[in-house]
Ligand binder design. Structure first.
Ligand SMILES: Nc1ncnc2c1ncn2[C@@H]1O[C@H](COP(=O)(O)OP(=O)(O)OP(=O)(O)O)[C@@H](O)[C@H]1O
Ligand SMILES: [Mg+2]
Length: 255
């Protein structure tokens, strides 16, 4: 297994307010790595540290051995060019059609023009099951379709890393399951590594290959490993409670 992203002794804080300390974990090539934990523990903040939006209070974020926050501006932007991001709020531009939304990163970074951009956009929309929706505005789509459109934009530049913050939040169970399936397919077709924030148990067990569990009271991680392994073997009741939705026993999770 190839390590593609390593977090070492990471401490996260907003000003003097400590959120998490001494986070240590490794993401391997092809993982669907889940950042788990209750609301407000710092999952989105951790994602922001991984994608260059927030500087660690201490510790390191390493991409294939390169210390992101010590690297020069050029090296950092080279790393970020390899990442596709889907934010918690979805965040498509509401005044632009799907085609314009997805074309934007291609115009900015790919060096492609006109017709070939249109072809790439059509291909990405097909990948997420939205062929023919080029000229729709985000407001004309359902929540699930908007997520898929945002996913199409996140993969516009064929990223090696895909970061998702709560991709299935607000979706019904069937749409959430379809989105999980889509994330798996996209990981396989791009050969990407996926880092995902989630507290949806169904999704965590269905697609997570590896995970870290953050706790807001302990202000650090309580566990790391494959979700099923954590459920079977974790000695920490807080981890078990989270993975069994508070039932506190290890029977099959009720999803
Ligand atoms: N820009 C900011 N400045 C100061 N505090 C912040 C900022 N962003 C988040 N916080 C605080 O940091 C804590 C963690 O926030 P974060 O959004 O990372 O949590 P989360 O685990 O993603 O929660 P949720 O599951 O609700 O999305 C919260 O208490 C939040 O109020
Ligand atoms: Mg969040």
């Amino acid at each position: 297994m190839t390590r593609v992203l390593t977090v070492e002794n990471l401490t996260m804080a907003y000003g003097k307010r400590l959120l998490q300390r001494e986070l240590n974990f490794t993401v391997n090539q092809g993982d669907i790595f889940v950042i788990m934990g209750g609301s407000g523990c710092g999952k989105s903040t951790l994602l922001r540290h991984l994608i260059g939006l927030k500087q660690p209070a201490a510790g390191r974020v390493l991409y294939g051995g390169i210390d992101f926050w010590q690297a020069g501006a050029e090296q950092r932007s080279r790393i970020l060019r390899r990442a596709g991001i889907l934010y918690q709020s979805g965040a498509l531009w509401s005044g632009m059609t799907l085609e314009e939304n997805i074309a934007l990163p291609l115009q900015q970074y790919s060096g492609q023009k006109g017709t070939s951009i249109r072809e790439i956009v059509a291909f990405k929309l097909a990948l997420v099951g939205l062929s023919g929706f080029e000229h729709y505005y985000p407001a004309e789509l359902s929540g699930g379709m908007r997520k898929r459109a945002a996913l199409a934009r996140a993969i516009a530049l064929d990223p090696e890393f895909l970061f998702f913050d709560e991709p299935s939040a607000g979706l019904d169970p069937i749409s959430a399951k379809n989105l999980d399936q889509l994330i798996l397919e996209i990981r396989d077709s791009l050969g990407a590594t996926v880092i995902i924030v989630s507290h949806e148990l169904a999704s965590i067990f269905a697609i997570g290959t590896n995970a870290v569990f953050l706790d807001s009271e302990a202000k650090t991680m309580l566990a790391a490993g494959a979700p099923e392994q954590l459920l079977a073997e974790s000695a920490d009741q807080r981890v078990i409670d989270f993975l069994t939705r508070g039932k506190g026993t290890r029977g099959a999770p009720t999803l």
